[in-house]
Design a protein around this ligand. Structure first.
Ligand code: KG4
Ligand code: ZN
Length: 340
């Protein structure tokens, strides 16, 4: 079964074709980083306009690059939330128009659930059928908008355990980069400079004992005070140490809370996903401290892409979970089990 995935929830316009939820036939991402970088963050209005310009050429490439015609496609999976309203609208409307014209089923996909499915794509050990059935999994999904700890009991069977109470992990990285004058997007910039530094500054960790939730806004404020007090600018020799200290504070909390929860709940695996899971310190930290095997998507499948949307769509379609042509965007869509 081949699914065309479409993703436009934030600032990446993406389309991909995935076979049987696992094999990537094509995976195209048109990034808007250069455009938003000038403003230091995503400008929703600009993102929406860029999606309109890019979406059809991106879908065209995803199909033509591997010589596919519409008869080769069994369904269209599209992100309908959470995300920026103007951005989501472009993907959902294009998906609906194609589905109607080509008489294909349309499957509305939760962006956070899609991130988890990056772990099902072929370059990952989850590729064998037996390996896919080792539920329950504990999923840490860390992106620009969310930091969720989710128990996955099966396909479509999710229980949200924890979330961020304020800033998401990626948002904290982006704000730290702005405070340190390192540019946008912040995560890769902070990670790059942190590599040449040591975590010599003491920054706070919000453990929120007794809860699976996260909180990173206190850390961001502490960083801001440190930078102000010490007058540390982007070309200061101390920036690398500050970045390393900030990264260590975020990674420590994510790693410890995830590993402790995995131990407490007795899950079979930990699945990492979302843009922040591209961070090497986080990837290595979780692998080292988790009591069970950890799966992490390859770096290019951690950040937003449509292959993960198509993979997720495959399992929805398999369970007869399809949307109708009235599918609408849900910018604040929460994480709930939808089928199973
Ligand atoms: O999943 P994603 O591509 O988009 C959302 O759904 O939000 O995540 C983007 C976020 C950004 O905040 C970005 O700074 C962060 O992921 N990120 C990283 C790294 N690469 C991307 N954070 C830390 N280290 C990285 N290497
Ligand atoms: Zn994302």
């Amino acid at each position: 079964m081949r699914i065309l995935g479409i993703e436009s929830s934030c600032d990446d316009t993406a389309a991909a074709v995935v076979e049987d939820g696992r094999y990537i036939l094509s995976n195209i991402v048109a990034s808007q980083i250069d455009i938003h970088g000038r403003y230091g963050g995503v400008v929703p209005e600009v993102a929406s306009r860029q999606h309109m310009l890019a979406i059809m050429p991106v879908i065209d490439r995803a199909m033509k690059e591997v010589g596919l015609i519409w008869q080769d496609i069994d369904g269209i999976a599209v992100t309908y939330g959470p995300g920026l309203a103007g951005s989501l609208l472009v993907g959902v409307n294009v998906a609906k128009a194609i589905a109607l014209a080509k008489q294909l089923p349309i499957i509305g996909i939760n962006h956070m659930e899609a991130h988890i499915y990056a772990n099902w794509l072929i370059s990952n050990p989850l590729r064998t059928q037996e390996e896919q059935e080792l539920f329950p999994y504990l999923c840490l999904i860390v992106s620009g908008g969310h930091s969720d700890l989710v128990l996955m009991k099966g396909h479509g069977l999710f229980e949200k355990l924890g979330r961020t109470r304020d800033d998401a992990a990626g948002e904290a990285f982006d704000k730290a980069a702005r405070i340190l004058g390192l540019g946008y997007p912040g995560g890769p910039a902070v990670e790059k400079i942190a590599r040449s530094g040591k975590p010599t500054y003491s920054l706070p960790r919000a453990w929120l004992k007794g809860s699976y939730d996260f909180s990173f806004s206190g850390l961001k404020t502490a960083l801001w005070h440190l930078v102000e007090r010490e007058q540390i600018g982007p070309s200061d020799y101390r920036v690398a140490d500050v970045a390393a200290s900030f990264q260590a504070a975020i990674v420590d909390v994510l790693v410890a809370k995830t590993s402790n929860t995995a131990r407490e709940l007795g899950v079979n695996r930990v699945l990492l996903s979302g843009g922040v899971s591209a961070n090497t310190a986080l990837r290595n930290g979780i692998v080292k401290s988790s009591p069970v095997d950890v799966l992490v998507p390859p770096i290019h499948l951690c950040t937003d892409n449509a292959a993960m949307v198509a993979a997720c769509g495959y399992y929805h379609l398999l369970h007869g979970e399809i949307s109708d042509y009235y599918l609408d965007i849900l910018p604040s869509l929460n994480f709930t089990g939808t089928y199973g």
